[in-house]
Design a protein around this ligand. Sequence first.
Ligand code: NAP
Length: 553
Amino acid sequence: MKESAIVMSTEQHYDAIVIGAGVCGIYQIKRLTELGMTATVLELGGDLGGTWYWNRYPGCRYDSESYTYGYFFSQELFNEWHWVEAYSPQPENLRYLNYVADKFDLRRHMQFNVRVGSAHWDEKEDLWRLGLDDGRELSCRFLIMGTGLLSQPTMPNIDGIDDFEGDSYHTYYWPHQEVDLAKRRVAVIGTGATAIQVIGEIADKVGDLKIFQRRANWAAPLNNYKIDDAKMAKLRARYEEIQADCAKSPGGFEHQPDRRGFWEVGREERIKLWDRLYDEPGFGIWLQNFREIFTDEDANAELSEYIADRIRQRVKDPVTAEKLIPKDHGFGVQRVPLETNYYEAYNRDNVQLIDISETPIERVTTTGIKTSEAEYEFDLIIYATGFDAITGAFDHIDIRGTNGQKLKGKWDSGGIQTYLGIFVHGFPNMLMPAGPQSGSASSNYPRGIENGVNWVTALLEYARARDIKRVEAGAEAEREWTEHVVQMYSMMLMRKARSWFTGYNSNVVGHEYGNPRYLVYNGGAPKYVRRIDQVASDGYTGVEMDGERAAAS
Ligand code: NAP
């Protein structure tokens, strides 16, 4: 990058700064340094890994097949790493990301324990000025947001949380040292994907386990398995094929939807398919299903009833089984948690489901949890209460674009608005390889990230070749993309769901149910990639480069 025009003061200047050293930041910094750009990654955590650095709760593991979650940018890397399990656990995933960073010597471009407090656009110099909580000020031409989808955990809005005298953790902040569970009285609040992993893992390890469920969540078996040398060799031989399969599926997985019409296939045939998919590993029952399950109420209801019967077969107590079957939404309209021994946990004598939709939690006490019906004592409370998803990480930085406009203000007042999920009008040179409304947010995340990072890197190369200092989404392009994203929701049953895909979080003011926020692109990964590739090959249509600005003035 040509930076000669920039007058350096005491702050340090970079061609690009990446916020976040997770799956996105790790690959992005690799690409930036290959371009010869001066760049650094600023990471709040004590080390790299993002989601896999923070989430250390029992049972934490991939729900994507490990070999489709890892990077594909290097076949050598793919050949070197042996995934031991089809759905790899957190410690292994963190080891993998460290291996990648070390192999490509990326760690020296990363700074840890750094909180970015502010990022303000300097219109005169065409650069971003960052204020860090450690007092430093840095500047950069391009600001790249690798802040993750689920990196802003939220505690429930329940009185008395700080009064509790036992141990308590949000799953995201699970301690690095081992937590003793044996014989302890444990509460889990929440029944999302995280809680479902925790409960299946700890039910037989704790003394007593009480689960506080506000809303039931559909879940399906993970059916995990070991990958031995022979299996791994077969996967390595399929490197290109796996990549191609993921690229052509809407969700970025190897699972391809069943393209037969739901109603064209007889009921017997549908049940046969579901019997098979329920027993297969991973998201098959969700993503290899008929496409109508996402859009057609009747088709979805039939599948939901099938899954409900499976739950009834697995949970011995019929009252508990009914409580575990969601009545407010159909199967698959929220991202489906994958489980191991989740339903069987409720057959244990030491496990009890407490339905807080009937008997709400009144407060956390010094010794436990008080509901409208009873008071329970605990040694440990686990908050598996979710995240201020996708935009939460942006909202926690004071980001200001042209004319001092706040990004949070723009999104709070006008709804989330982006161009391609990569740009925001009024925030030049801020690039989001896997931002809100991008195709990455709704797919097998790393597959989307690699596409997003490659696209952003190509844009930076394009800008460098033309000495372009400023790239910004045009207002009209942003309006058109955002409308398209919103329009896609209207076809999906998920538009009604209380899920982070619709921006729901009861613990964040303004994100409660009934106030939908359009956070993800629902057109599927192949369509998204075709669109962004077309934009690039047409010379970045919709993106105003400083040449155009000069021409216009
Ligand atoms: P979540 O799906 O948002 O679930 C949060 C849970 O906490 C819900 O059951 C929610 O109840 C409950 N809750 C929140 N506030 C509450 C309150 N004030 N009182 C009582 N209950 C409250 O969060 P998550 O389980 O962490 O999962 C989020 C996403 O992370 C998943 O969709 C998935 O994409 C990802 N994830 C992936 C994996 C993996 O396998 N790779 C594992 C875990 C998570 P309501 O439903 O009533 O709001």
